[in-house]
Design a protein around this ligand. Structure first.
Ligand SMILES: *Cc1c(COP(=O)(O)O)cnc(C)c1O
Length: 395
């Protein structure tokens, strides 16, 4: 028998875990329209404002004129067009590696990458806070999966010491953690991998474009050698478009082209999206001022929210999560902010662990100082309204 879906949904509802789609009636900008009303959006991964940037749009429009809309076929058949090839060269140069390969989305990049690297004879050691797409990819590989405590190099080391030496081993983590905003200790993880003959794979979905002097990502931020690890990322966050990529050795690219199902058995991404992504990557490198504005905005908002007494995670990125513990409280606060014209989503399990529901703000380089002040004022009001109820009792 199938599950009673209506009953399941009701069960989610009673636990404050039911989710619903909100329809946005405007582009991804610092302000957005929902139900005909304007909101300041603190809910987009469009960190540098490139999703609706005139130059990026123009690149897509011109590429549609030249290449049409659909690629018409999978990459290995006849779907690899000049813009796809160009984008992969641009990504490889940007990431300072031999080669890059693009996929339809960041999610399918992980599904295509991990099972190509390791099989049931292998061992994967993954950070506890890894994104759902990484965990799904690890399961799909059929390798033995072990989880280490979040950002805990000592725990990872103990697991590496315990393993059977013959097992090929991957260590999997994120550059910038998507729900916490903190960074993986890449130099420590790399040293352990070198010592124990393991391969490090990082998902830099939120680091790319944001971290490092030139926006190359978490690898640049820490000054580690891009040749020492395998990186994947998405084109859908700071790069402002859609799709995902793997960046690493040329042999890895060729092997993925030949074996990765999520690469082979799907139509190539629209060529205009590839062209737009190439333009966005150029802007990321040519306009460091965007990253500086992002940092200034992020620091100002972080200081203001901390000053109001909110409990933030140990974030080092433009992701600013406020832990409120109970899903019910998170939803109520999100709703109160919504009524004040500020859109901040409530993030609940299973996206985050139990008792760590949160409001998750993402800052953009394009938010104005005035907009951020409005956000802080809304949080001040919410703080006052909710201080009547005890936060700790709701955990
Ligand atoms: C967003 C995200 C993905 C998925 O990327 P999409 O392009 O949105 O499919 C993968 N990993 C992490 C860590 C992410 O935050």
């Amino acid at each position: 028998m199938l599950r009673d879906l209506k009953q399941e949904i009701k069960h989610l509802e009673t636990r404050h875990l039911r989710r619903q789609l909100r329809i946005v009636e405007s582009p991804s900008d610092p302000t957005i329209t929902i139900e005909g009303r304007r909101f300041i959006s603190m809910a987009s991964n469009n960190y540098l404002g490139l999703a609706n940037h005139p130059g990026v749009k123009q690149a897509a429009i011109e590429a549609i004129e030249q290449w049409g809309v659909g690629a018409g076929a999978a990459r290995l058949i006849s779907g690899t067009m000049t813009p796809h090839h160009q984008l992969e060269q641009d990504l490889a140069r940007f990431k300072q590696v031999e080669a890059a390969l693009t996929f339809g989305t960041g999610y399918t990049t992980n599904l295509g990458l991990i099972p190509a690297l390791i099989d049931r004879d292998g061992l994967i050691l993954a950070d506890r806070y890894c994104h759902a797409s990484l965990i799904e990819a690890c399961r799909l590989s059929k390798a033995r999966l072990r989880v280490f405590h979040h950002n805990d190099a000592e725990h990872l080391e103990s697991l590496l010491k315990k393993r059977e030496k013959v097992r090929p081993t991957l260590v999997v983590t994120e550059g910038v953690f998507s729900m916490d905003g903190d960074l993986a200790p890449l130099p420590d993880l790399l040293a352990l991998c070198r010592q124990h003959d393991a391969t490090l794979v990082i998902d830099d979905a939120h680091g790319t474009g944001v971290m490092g002097t030139n926006g190359r990502g978490t690898v640049e931020h820490f000054g580690v050698n891009p040749q020492d690890l395998i990186q994947m990322g998405t084109l859908s966050k700071a790069i402002g478009t859609s799709g995902g990529y793997v960046a690493g050795p040329a042999s890895l690219k060729e092997y993925l082209i030949n074996t990765s199902k999520a690469f082979i058995y799907t139509t190539a991404q629209p060529p205009a999206i590839a062209a737009a992504a190439s333009t966005a990557i150029r802007i990321i490198q040519d306009e460091p001022a965007r990253r500086e504005r992002l940092r200034t905005n992020r620091n100002a908002l972080h200081a203001a929210l901390t000053g109001l007494g909110f409990q933030l995670t140990d974030t080092q990125s433009p992701i600013l999560p406020i832990i409120v513990k109970s899903p019910e409280r998170a939803v109520e606060m999100s709703q109160a902010l919504y009524e004040a014209g500020v859109y901040v989503p409530a993030i609940r399990p299973p996206t985050v662990p139990k008792h760590s529901s949160r409001l998750r703000l993402t800052v953009s380089s394009e938010h104005s100082q005035e907009q951020l002040e409005t956000v802080v004022a809304a949080f001040r009001k919410v703080r006052e309204a909710f201080s009547m109820k005890s936060t700790s009792a709701s955990g």
